[in-house]
Design a binder for this molecule. Structure first.
Ligand SMILES: [Ca+2]
Length: 375
């Protein structure tokens, strides 16, 4: 009896040791090439269960985003991950999407439909047609506890989900966003101090930041730290591994990397950082907790910029930084965690593991040459 009990205890403890709980993630994305690179990490990381991928307008349409995600899922043999299409426009409609073709190509992923895996018409029909992204977020967070919601695009879907069912904010474990800023560094228009995702739907960003404490990877951090961290990692290392996924990521980012070079910008990590921090929060090595809101004034240079209340902060001598005193300020601006430094080597490691991951399909780890022919 005692021996059986000991065996049972060893058996249970070994299971607990071998199988830490999976990080359950829903990713909301506008499906351009950095989103696809970031999704690759989540979809292949053994610590992660991707519950669903929801798509939103942004760099491209929500439909094109869903097709790009479907193409990635085929590359990984992960067609079982559900895709739900969401909002086609911002809360205050802004009209047709202007795709930044020089950077992203016409489809948001480099305009290379013949790159392996080739784009297929069926990519546009893989998404679940029964349910919208907003309802999927509401229902899936009801079915599964402890979900981490990661936003990699404009926040329209997440805002609508929080509006339709405010309890979403209590059910989810946390929200990690790539977007916004805290120093007013913009990345879209020369007359705007807003970051792209927030500028594409400032009202949605305002709703999200007013409804729930979030962890934000602001554009300022990507912009300021990207060049500095280039001394620590080779951002293109994961693109030269000659696996199907590595070649795919290389092909879909070629145009963007060339364009960045042309305008003197560096090809660095962006959305990948959000996914890495959602999986392992220690990837964020320094952060600021700040009460913040979003500027909504129309036709202003600052529309979509994050407004920070520095007066409600105090100096933290240990971290040598300013941090908010409470969870909200007197104007009810909630506090948010802005990641200001991150472990770039760990993000690169996760990306390297992704491109070298065999996935469900063994074809993924077969080595390919530059033209995608089998070696
Ligand atoms: Ca994005």
């Amino acid at each position: 009896m005692i021996r059986n009990l000991i065996f049972y205890c060893i058996f249970v403890s070994s299971i607990l040791t071998i199988s830490p709980p999976l990080v359950k993630i829903i990713i909301d994305t506008d499906g351009v090439y950095d989103d696809i690179r970031a999704l690759s990490i989540a979809l292949t990381n053994p610590k992660v269960e991707v519950i669903a991928i929801t798509t939103v307008h942004g760099g491209i349409s929500a439909n094109q985003s869903a097709a790009n995600v479907a193409r990635l899922l085929r590359a990984l043999g992960k067609e079982d991950v559900p895709i739900f299409i969401g909002s086609q426009d911002s809360l205050v409609p802004k009209g047709p999407i202007e795709v930044w073709e020089d950077l992203f190509g016409s489809d948001g992923i480099g305009g290379v439909p013949d790159a392996n895996p080739k784009a297929l018409p069926s990519d546009f029909t893989m998404a679940n047609k029964q349910k919208s992204a907003v309802d999927a977020i509401i229902e899936l967070t009801n079915l599964t506890g402890g979900i981490v919601l990661v936003g990699l695009g404009p926040l329209t879907n997440i805002a609508l989900a929080l509006r339709k069912d405010p309890e979403v904010s209590k059910r989810i474990k946390k929200v990690v966003l790539m977007g916004g800023n805290y120093l007013g560094i913009g990345n879209t228009l020369i007359n705007s101090t807003a970051e792209f995702n927030f500028l594409m739907d400032p009202e949605a960003a305002h709703i999200v930041l007013s409804s729930i404490h979030t962890t934000i990877i602001p554009w300022d951090t990507c912009f300021l730290k990207g060049p500095e961290y280039n001394e620590e990692v080779d951002y293109e290392e994961s693109l030269n591994q000659k696996t199907l996924l590595s070649n795919f990521l290389n092909n879909i980012t070629t145009r963007g990397r060339q364009y960045n070079k042309l305008i003197g910008q560096i090809y660095a990590f962006v959305d990948d950082i959000a996914i890495a921090i959602a999986i392992d929060r220690t990837v964020a090595t320094k952060s600021l907790k700040l009460c913040a809101s979003v500027e909504l004034e129309e036709k202003s240079f600052t529309r979509g910029q994050v407004a920070v209340d520095w007066l409600s902060t105090k100096y933290d001598p240990v971290d040598r930084s300013f941090k908010s005193i409470g969870d909200k300020n007197d104007a009810n601006w909630l506090s948010h965690t802005f990641v200001t430094e991150y472990d770039v080597k760990e993000v690169n490691k996760m990306l390297m593991e992704a491109v070298n991951h065999p996935g469900k399909s063994t074809k993924n780890n077969i080595k390919f040459d530059e033209k995608n022919s089998l070696l």
